[in-house]
Ligand binder design. Structure first.
Ligand code: SF4
Length: 59
């Protein structure tokens, strides 16, 4: 699985609250793919929860 954040993040913090290991929200959200293994379900949940749908997951 690979997680990408595309343009348009509003830095709401939802993804980081779901998976603080993978997502760090500063001016925009950053995904650290080295932490994705073992957190795949959380990444999918974050992608579903993102209010602007900018978390893109390649399975
Ligand atoms: S949930 Fe979406 S909009 Fe909110 S910080 Fe994460 S990527 Fe950005």
């Amino acid at each position: 699985m690979h997680v990408n954040i595309v343009e348009g993040c509003i830095a709401c913090g939802v993804c980081e609250s779901i998976s603080p290991e993978v997502f760090t929200v500063l001016d925009t959200s950053i995904a650290d793919n080295s932490f994705v293994p073992g957190h795949e379900d959380e990444c999918r949940e974050a992608a579903e929860a993102c209010p602007v749908s900018v978390i893109k997951i390649e399975e």
